[in-house]
Write a protein that binds this ligand. Structure first.
Ligand code: C2E
Ligand code: MG
Ligand code: MG
Ligand code: MG
Length: 290
């Protein structure tokens, strides 16, 4: 019932709400243990260069399967981790695991690809965050320019603390991407101040780009603007061949979405990279079958 009334409406003594609160409580209780005992895992979603069909990077996405609660969405447990002060150890684990994986792929002779990791906005309020990233890079032997940190626009307000962290991260040599671009606030102002490498255009604009002429116009303008500012453009949530073709016509160079692959295990990525190297197989326009 609460859902039907909209997300932000209060409803008292609502059993659905109580259930939700209870679920949250369980997630909270179990998350600490999950992070400490490394019960999380990572999956990787290919980022595809549209004109060659090659995998040029992957985005690491966290997964948590709890024996009793089942699969818990990262949207849920990342927010929980932020709330209960577990986001720092969680991010450190994600960064380490992702960087170790990237290094391992190169060690078995696969071509270098970019590893993208989502970074929660709360880290930009933490003076020690840059040191954490540096430590992980040093410990894993990751090449900094092959690591991309994805942050949402909420981070990139022109706040001094945030700007300082951004600059220090850039000084480490890592790449920075604005995630969910176009849906946040202050997006344009922030682009002026930040050394951003990549804009990831939110799925929201991709979803109705074929049906809605305004979305198409906005998309074209964002791509053009991004390119004029020398940012790479990645389209998120690309699900159909038509979308991909249209994106290519609009000048978009990179795409990510179920059209190519859902997020998959490291082993699956290894197979894809091997086949791409051996037989020159591509994820686009003729998809490699699973
Ligand atoms: P995001 O960073 O925008 O990641 C993209 C999300 O869209 C992922 O959902 C991905 O599985 C999904 N997706 C990709 N292509 C398609 C598509 O074609 N269609 C549809 N419907 N969905 C697609 P996921 O894995 O559930 O993650 C949700 C969000 O949780 C992420 O959004 C990210 O903000 C956050 N997240 C996930 N892992 C981490 C993490 O390790 N750290 C942090 N801070 N946030 C994370
Ligand atoms: Mg992301
Ligand atoms: Mg994200
Ligand atoms: Mg996104």
């Amino acid at each position: 019932v609460a859902k039907e009334r909209g997300k932000n409406q209060y409803a008292f003594y609502n059993p659905a709400l109580t259930q939700k609160a209870e679920y949250r409580f369980r997630v909270e209780q179990n998350l600490r243990e999950a992070v400490e005992n490394q019960q999380l895992s990572l999956v990787y979603q290919p980022q595809v260069q549209i004109h060659t069909g090659k995998i040029i990077g992957v985005e690491a996405l966290s997964r948590w399967y709890h024996p009793r609660l089942g699969q818990i969405s990262p949207v849920e447990f990342i927010a929980t981790a932020e709330r209960i002060g577990m986001i720092k150890p969680l991010t450190e684990w994600v960064l380490k695991t992702a960087c170790n994986q990237a290094v391992a792929w190169k060690q078995i002779g696969l071509p270098a690809i970019r590893m993208a990791v989502n970074i929660s906005p709360v880290h930009f309020l933490d003076k020690d965050f840059v040191a954490l990233v540096k430590r992980v890079i040093d410990q894993t032997g990751m090449v900094p320019s092959e690591l991309e940190l994805e942050v949402t626009e909420s981070v990139v307000q022109t706040d001094h603390q945030n700007l300082a962290v951004f600059r220090e991260l850039k000084d480490l040599g890592v790449l920075l991407a604005i995630d969910d671009f176009g849906t946040g606030y202050s997006s344009l102002a922030s682009l002026k101040h930040l050394a951003v490498d990549c804009l990831k255009i939110d799925k929201y604009f991709i979803d109705d780009m074929l049906a809605d002429s305004k979305s198409k116009i906005l998309l074209g303008s964002m791509i053009e603007m991004g390119h004029n500012l020398e940012h790479e453009i990645i389209a998120e949530g690309v699900e159909t061949a038509e979308q991909c073709q249209r994106l290519q016509k609009l000048g978009c160079e990179t795409a990510q979405g179920y059209l190519f692959r859902k997020p998959v295990s490291a082993d699956e990525i290894t197979k894809l990279l091997r086949r791409s190297m051996k037989d020159g197989q591509r994820l686009w326009p003729h998809a490699i079958e699973p």
